[in-house]
Each structure stands twice: as C-alpha cells, then as structure tokens.
Design a protein around this ligand. Structure first.
Ligand code: SF4
Length: 366
C-alpha cells in the first residue's frame, strides 16, 4: 500500500539502524511522546534493535491514560443516570474509575454506547430527543477538531439534549512539566506526528531553546520512528538543540490553520489534572462561555466526586519516563488487561498494555 509499505521496508530499516549504531557514542534517554508510537516501537521490536546506549522512555501521550480520575468518575456517574445515553470511544470503556468502569455500568443496564466519531453521538441525540446524550470528549490536539465539530453541529441543529464531558489536554505544557521536574531523565523527544499535523511544530521551538534539547517530529511507521531516533541522536551527539521535522510528508511548521481556528472558536485554555501526574497549569482546553450550554459537568450534578486511585499503580511515573511497566510490582500479576488497575494497562495506547502485549516482561530490560 502506497505511503505505508515503503515505510515498513526491512532493508531500509537495516540501513537506518546501521547509521544509528555508527552515530551513537554516548548514552541517551529519548522519550516518544505518543502512546501510538510506543506500541509501534514494541510491535516492530525497535526497542530491541537499538544500540544499548539509547534508552527509549514512554511519554504521557495516551489520552485515555491521562484523563483525570475525577473526570472518569464523573463519566461513570452520568452514564448511570436513567435518562442518559453516554457515548465514548471504545478505549475508555474498560478504564478503571475509583470503583467501576463504563463497561460495568453498561452491564448493569446503563446506556453506554461506543462511537467512532463524535458526530455519531450528535446523530444519537437527534434520534433520541427524550434522552440526554453525552459525549466523552477526551484527547490531545489530534481529536480536538472533531470534538469541537460535534458541539458546533449540535448548536447548528438546535439540539438541547446533547452535551460534552470535556477532557482535552495539550502536549507542550506536559513537556515543560517533564523537563522541569527534578526527576527528569529525558534528553530528547520524538514529538507526535499526528498532533503536529494539527498544531504544527512552532510551539516546540521555545521548549527546545529553554531546555537545550532536540525535539524531532516523528511519524508512526518503523522507518519514521528510526528516522526520528537517528535525527535526535545526531543532534544529541553534536551537542545541538532545536526542532527537527522528521515527518514532512504530513507536518508543516504552522499545521492545519482551519482546524486550529475551529478549536479556538469553541475551546479556551484551562488547567487540567493529568491522571497519576497531577495538575499542570494551562495544559488543556475547556468550552468557551458561549458554548456553556453544552457542558455536561454543569448540566448534571456531579460535582462532589471523591476519587480513590489504586495505591499500587505507578502509571504516573511511567508516563513521565521515570519508570517502566515491569518496575511496577503489579505488572502482569495483579494487573493485566483482563483485570486492569490503571488506565495504561487497558488503553490501546497505554505503555503497560504495550509491554504486556509484546511480552516485555523482563525487569533486566530496564
Ligand atoms: S502495570 Fe497496572 S498497576 Fe502497574 S503501572 Fe501499569 S496500569 Fe498501573
């Protein structure tokens, strides 16, 4: 398939790997931000093929994993209401809240529907005028344009029974939080290509300058990832910092301006709590006051949520590159995809799920 097979070419991968081996002289810790990249790295064995000087750590770019426990619990409370139809992407359904998950709400008779697009939720609202239809609008910059489209569509249709539970987070503040932490280990980033396809990469230039690190915009296929790693290592070895575009077939410096305009029309910056990490100032988006009627948090009385996180789960440390899944005492023991203690074990972009699925069980790999 064009634009796919050519980026999975094993012979070319060997050539890039050889260049990486010849370039690297020192130990480096590089973080891939996106959970989709983590899974591709594991699936293709890239972590096992790299020279031992390069350590890959896994970032917070898994939207399901970082959605705050408080918002997950609010979603559960809304989904359990008798008059509600709660719509969510499939990944969210098995994410543990304080006591249960959306799947168990559905098993108990709640109307939880898996949708593939936010606009499907709008259609469900049109088809069910006697029900309150709520869409769980989670995600990074990538999902934001489609999520805001659902609000604009509902407004233009005059729907009064549609609302969104917004958990929208943004990448640059999380990078600041990781790099400014005293426990930071990250020396270079692979930035998420799909996020940059929306937002461009100009936002990363002040970060690269402030922390004197290389940040390489990177795609998701094996050759994209190897190229991103090579570009980052070349900069690290040369003592250079800056933003590099390793995904120019998709990403431009300014990104998708019409999509950014749509986001700005509906959302404004706000503080966000990241699950396991804590509050990161101005690290997300909330609905603007003009769209307050679509805010599920105020439409339903779900303010007094008392959260209770697993005491064992170290997902927050994993999402900051401080630890890796096999270092969690529960990994593959008490915590499995069938019985998850944390979101990172059930999300299709979660680091624990990737380590489990691709059998990276050994603690020695750390
Ligand atoms: S293995 Fe389970 S308990 Fe441990 S960090 Fe991952 S999700 Fe949390």
């Amino acid at each position: 398939m064009k634009y796919l097979d050519e980026f999975r070419n094993a012979e070319l991968a060997k050539v890039v790997l050889d260049k990486i081996r010849k370039t690297v002289k020192h130990p480096w810790v590089i973080m891939e931000i996106c959970g989709g990249q983590t899974h591709s790295i594991m699936q293709n064995g890239i972590d096992q093929l790299l020279p031992s000087q390069i350590e890959l750590v896994h970032g917070p770019g898994c939207p399901v994993c970082v959605t705050s426990l408080e918002l997950v619990d609010k979603a559960l409370a809304i989904a359990a209401l008798p008059n509600a139809i709660f719509c969510s992407f499939g990944d969210m359904v098995r994410v543990p809240g304080s006591d249960k998950d959306l799947f168990s709400i559905r098993a108990a008779g709640g109307q939880v529907k898996i949708v593939y697009s936010p606009l499907d939720a709008v259609k469900i609202a049109q088809q069910n005028p006697d029900k309150e239809v709520v869409f769980f609008a989670i995600g990074f910059e990538t999902t934001a344009p489609a999520n805001v489209m659902s609000v604009l569509q509902a407004k233009s249709l005059g729907l009064k029974n549609f609302s969104v539970l917004v958990s929208q987070v943004t990448v640059p503040p999380a990078m600041h939080a990781i790099l400014s932490s005293p426990s930071n280990r990250v020396q270079g980033f692979l930035a998420a290509g799909h996020v940059c396809s929306v937002m461009g990469f100009h936002e990363y230039q002040p970060i690269a300058l402030k922390y004197q690190i290389p940040i390489t915009v990177t795609g998701f296929e094996p050759l994209d990832l190897l190229k991103g790693i090579l570009m980052t290592v070349e900069h690290l070895e040369a003592g250079k910092h800056g933003v590099l575009n390793g995904y120019p077939r998709v990403v431009s410096e300014q990104g998708n301006l019409p999509a950014q305009a749509l986001i700005k029309k509906v959302y404004q910056d706000c503080d966000r709590n990241w699950r396991g990490i804590g509050l990161i100032p101005m690290s997300g988006w909330c609905l603007r006051p003009e769209y307050a009627e679509f805010n599920a948090e105020t439409r339903f009385s779900v303010e007094n949520i008392k959260t209770r996180e697993s005491e064992i789960c170290i997902a927050g440390q994993i999402l900051q590159g401080i630890k890796k899944p096999p270092q969690c005492p529960a990994f593959a023991n008490e915590c499995t995809p069938e019985n998850p203690l944390g979101a990172t074990m059930v999300s299709s972009e979660g680091a624990c799920a990737a380590y489990y699925r691709y059998a990276r069980f050994e603690k020695e790999i750390i």
